[in-house]
Design a binder for this molecule. Structure first.
Ligand code: ADP
Ligand code: MG
Length: 398
């Protein structure tokens, strides 16, 4: 789960992390009052969307102006003017894709006098199975570019879970950022605060780009992007409450209500599979035969008829889906349950696209019987290869 920048900053602030003061607004008419709560003389009006690259982003609407999604305002009136232009407009950044994201919230923040911009992120490194830091003096810009062109400017290290965060970690960061004296001390303190926030809240990633040194000699978090480990959300109702469903794919929200492992993709072949490995293989083989999957979906082991029906409805509701491939290797999941779920869903919502079903394993005969007696226009397949070829052919033919 992801949250907005302003929410991430409020959360980090609870751990003592130095951030700028700011106020979030949903309506342009609230922007002046918000700006007046801040000292000025410079304000920053920041689009709140779940995507980075906002500063260099472009609005689709000409009426929103061409100053990007993060704007420096020199007066309260200008804050208001920007708010009117940006709210409701669609911002396209390198992370949103061409369709962009509508800006429904703004964060109005006090402006900082920036001396230097750094990069700092914390993530769970699967290779070392540890919480790792990535630090660079080259902040503010695209870190992927730095990693590609100047990899020597990126310092990484991981924290041993047995010891937790220690003084030397902070000193490593200070050294990597070429900080000394009081700023090095600030960096050491900040590193511990960030690590504590990261572990206490079960974050999966915390990216600060930029972390700045102000002209007044203060280290400050100017941008914060946080994502959480979904499997740990039950421990953090206060974090779950920060969820902004308008930022998420409606199909994924629906899937999460049924506890389905579903990820929306851009292709045209909807897939319903049991087991994450088989789901990946199914996506691969669809690509092998020249088409793209519309989703990843693992219905899991012990799915009920209702859950299967819900999954099928989510797939058919996607207007990009031009064909559906059901691929079940029944183990714990029984083929007849899948068949019943598919039939129940089709009865409710109909079926406008070709459907190929490959069933194998537990209760396969019962499953095949349910499908053949249902009167549904289903193409059955004997194995994965056969199934993929059949659905691709059916979609191309149609
Ligand atoms: P994004 O990464 O989505 O473009 P940022 O929050 O990093 O958004 O803002 C882009 C740039 O705008 C920053 O690199 C920084 O130079 C500037 N900026 C952001 N917030 C402030 C602020 N409070 N004061 C001054 N400059 C800021
Ligand atoms: Mg940034």
């Amino acid at each position: 789960m992801n949250i907005h920048e302003y929410q991430a900053k409020a959360l980090l602030h609870e751990f003592g992390v130095p951030i700028s003061r700011g106020v979030a607004v949903l309506k342009a008419s609230d922007s002046e009052a918000a700006a007046k709560q801040l000292p000025g003389p410079i304000w920053v009006v920041k689009s709140q969307i779940h995507a980075g690259g906002r500063g260099k982003g472009k609005f689709k609407e000409a009426s929103a102006g061409d100053k990007g999604g993060v704007r420096i305002a020199k007066s309260v009136a200008e804050v208001n003017e920007f708010a009117k232009q940006m709210l409701g407009a669609t911002l396209v950044t390198i992370q949103t894709g061409a369709h962009g994201k509508q800006v429904n919230r703004l964060y109005i923040e006090e402006g900082s006098d920036i001396d230097k911009e750094f990069y700092l992120s914390i993530l769970v490194d699967r290779e070392s199975s540890k919480v790792s830091f990535v630090v660079s003096t080259e902040g503010g810009v695209n870190i992927e570019e730095v990693a590609h062109n100047n990899p020597e400017k990126i310092v990484t290290f991981s924290v041993d879970p047995a010891t937790g965060i220690m003084g030397h970690h902070g000193r490593t960061v200070a050294k990597a950022l070429k900080l000394s004296g009081d700023l090095a001390k600030q960096a050491e303190k900040l590193v511990a605060q960030l690590y504590n926030a990261f572990t206490a809240k079960d974050m999966a990633m915390l990216e600060i780009n930029p972390l700045v040194v102000t002209k007044q000699g203060q280290l400050r978090v100017l941008d914060a992007k946080v994502s959480f480990d979904d499997n740990a959300m039950y421990r953090h109702p206060e974090v779950a409450a920060l969820r902004d469903e308008t930022e998420e794919d409606a199909k994924e929200i629906e899937a999460s209500k049924y506890d389905l492992n579903y990820v929306a993709l851009d292709g045209t072949i909807g897939c319903m599979v049991n087991g994450a490995g088989l789901a990946m293989a199914t996506m691969d083989i669809i690509k092998l035969y020249g088409m793209e999957p519309a989703n990843f979906l693992d219905v899991g082991g012990g799915a009920s008829v209702e859950k299967v029906a819900a999954a099928f409805k989510i797939i058919t509701a996607d207007p990009n889906v031009k064909g559906i491939l059901v691929n079940i290797f029944g183990g714990i999941m029984k083929c007849d349950i899948i068949a019943e779920g598919v039939v129940a869903a089709v009865k409710q919502v109909g079926l406008q696209v070709p459907l190929v079903v490959r069933l194998e394993g537990t209760n396969v005969e019962a499953g095949k019987k349910i499908i053949s007696q249902s009167g549904l226009n289903v193409v059955s397949a004997d194995n994965l290869d056969d199934a993929a070829q059949k659905i691709v052919k059916a979609v191309k033919g149609g």
